[in-house]
Every structure is written in structure tokens, then in C-alpha cells.
Design a protein. Structure first.
Length: 315
């Protein structure tokens, strides 16, 4: 298979039913029952590592049952955090743990991704995720609030900004999907080929290569293990969120902060900056770090400082 054909297969966006509330697919996202149990065991261990209390709520939506982690002071301003794709919710929630001290955080397991929500895929191309987000907000009696989304989660926020901009008070997009993709050839060379070799051989050499590229060689050991198990046991979501067009956000006026990495193989700063400046009407800041797609612990300290300051000013 030619490189271009292979990549288009991995990253293409499937044709979907355009009707509201219709899901893309059904069945399990896991390759085995044992694999599912292993991923959920990682999930529980991550939760146990948190130094704050977490409530767990199941919400029935048009797209299926959604498992939501809730933390922070009950009288705190509501803050939704959407997880990154093809990983577990507590992993990316942990990146923003300092915000739990001030805000009432709602972090749903994305439908169709590893975790405890239903496993049917939902389109990130149309209004489906906007409707899903609205239903979650309605359940918690939240009319509008602040949002944070790393990677795929940022793509979900951009779908909400397109179809229901009035729901967003302000937004922070970190290493965001939904703007522009990095070099296809680079992704093939640095991620997809090592991923194929890892799945064929289970060699740690290839896992180290992949996680190194994803994080600029700064990924925590526990996260490497989890990512490796996701690769082995989960049928990965291959569809990126829709690339947002300028006219889609013509009614979106919420203050927005974008944070990107110079070494991000998926969504590099060089491509995200130009798109964000063109597309987002009320872009309040664009911050660049020398990080990969996964931020290092050092970068997270600075990222959380920037987010706190942004929320203090605009929320």
C-alpha cells in the first residue's frame, strides 16, 4: 500500500448519517474482554493517584450512556474538560489538576473512546458532539461555561463553537485538533510505521520510539505503558475532528486561548498559529512551547499558570 493511501485510510473522515442523534457505529472498541479490563484497571489506578476527591456520574444521552468525572468545590464556577482521543480520561484530566482547586470540573469520558462511556463512535464532523455536550450541560443544569480541550477534546469544543456558540463563555485549546494537520509523511514515518511494527512485534523499542515522538521524549513511564496497552487492546479511533472553516465560527465570540507545541507531530505550532489567527474571531492569546503533542511536567506547570490567568480575566 502506498504511503498516501495508507495515511488516508488511517486519518480519513467516514461518511456519516447527517441526522441529529445518529451514531457512526456500534459494537465494542476493544479487541478483547481482557484488554478492556486492563484499560479500565489503568483508569482506576489513575483515579487513585489523584489528590482530590472525584465523583462519578452516568448520564444518559441521545448517543449513549456517558461516564463523567466531577471534582472541585461545589460552589466553584463550572469548567468542562474534554479528554484527548484514544487515551483514558484521567490521563489528560491530570494535566489540569491544579484547576480543581478553584473550579467545579466536569470531565466526561468521550463516547467511543477508552473508558466507561458507551463504545459506539460519534461523528466529530457534524453537530453530534455539540448535541452531546449540550445534553451533558443540561443534566448538570449548566447553561454556559468555560471549556478546556487537549487534542481531540479541542476538536469537540470547535464543533460546539460551530453549532452552539452561546454555550461557551471562554475556551482553552491545547495541542488542538480541528485546525490543521501536520505533515502526512512525517506522521507516517514517525508514528504510523512504528505503530504497525509495534502491533506486529510488541517490541518496546517501537513503543519508546512512538511515545518519544509524541512527547518530545518527556512522557511519564505510566503513560507509556497505558499508551502501549491502548495500541494493543483498542480499535483506535482513526477519524480526526473536522478541520474548522472560518465561516463556521462567524457567530462564535467567546474569548479563546490556544496553546501549541513546536514539536507536535500531529498539530504543529507552525500550522496551528496561522489557522487560529484566521479562524477564531476573539483569539485572546496564542502560546507556544517547545513541547510535543504530550506536554512535559515542566510545561504543564507553565500551561496551568497561563490557563489560570486567562480564566481569571475572561471567566
Amino acid at each position: 500500500m502506498k504511503n498516501e493511501t495508507f495515511l488516508s485510510h488511517m486519518l480519513s473522515i467516514k461518511e456519516t448519517n447527517k441526522n441529529r442523534g445518529v451514531c457512526m457505529g456500534h459494537g465494542t472498541i476493544y479487541k478483547s474482554n481482557e484488554g478492556k479490563k486492563g484499560i479500565q484497571k489503568h483508569y482506576e489506578h489513575y483515579l487513585d493517584s489523584f489528590r482530590f476527591d472525584v465523583e462519578r456520574v452516568y448520564v444518559d444521552t441521545s448517543f449513549g450512556k456517558t461516564h463523567v468525572l466531577v471534582a472541585g468545590p461545589k460552589d466553584g464556577k463550572p469548567l468542562f474538560i474534554f479528554q484527548g482521543g484514544n487515551c483514558i480520561n484521567p490521563m489528560t484530566l491530570s494535566w489540569f489538576a491544579p484547576l480543581v482547586e478553584t473550579y467545579r470540573v466536569y470531565a466526561p469520558d468521550t463516547i467511543g473512546h477508552p473508558g466507561y462511556s458507551d463504545e459506539n463512535r460519534v461523528s466529530a464532523k457534524d453537530q453530534s458532539f455539540a448535541q452531546w455536550s449540550e445534553e451533558l450541560m443540561d443534566f448538570f443544569t449548566i447553561k454556559r461555561c468555560a471549556f478546556i480541550g487537549p487534542s481531540y477534546g479541542a476538536g469537540i469544543i470547535l464543533r460546539l463553537a460551530t453549532y452552539m456558540p452561546e454555550k461557551i463563555d471562554c475556551a482553552v485549546l491545547v495541542s488542538p485538533a480541528g485546525f490543521r494537520l501536520g505533515s502526512k509523511l512525517k506522521m507516517i514515518k514517525e508514528i504510523l510505521i512504528p505503530l504497525v511494527l509495534f502491533n506486529l512485534t510488541s517490541s518496546q523499542k517501537y513503543l519508546i520510539e512512538i511515545t518519544g515522538r509524541m512527547s518530545a521524549s518527556s512522557m511519564k513511564e505510566i503513560d507509556k505503558i497505558i499508551i502501549g496497552d491502548v495500541f494493543k487492546h483498542v480499535k483506535l479511533e482513526q477519524d480526526m475532528p473536522k478541520l474548522t472553516e472560518k465561516d463556521e465560527l462567524s457567530n462564535y465570540q467567546a474569548p479563546t486561548l490556544v496553546i501549541a507545541g513546536k514539536k507536535d507531530v500531529f498539530f504543529p505550532q507552525s500550522k496551528i498559529y496561522k489557522a487560529a489567527k484566521e479562524i477564531i474571531p476573539n483569539l485572546k492569546g496564542f502560546i507556544t512551547y517547545g513541547m510535543g503533542h504530550f506536554p512535559s511536567e515542566v510545561h504543564l506547570v507553565n500551561i496551568n499558570k497561563e490557563i489560570k490567568e486567562f480564566l481569571k480575566l475572561h471567566y
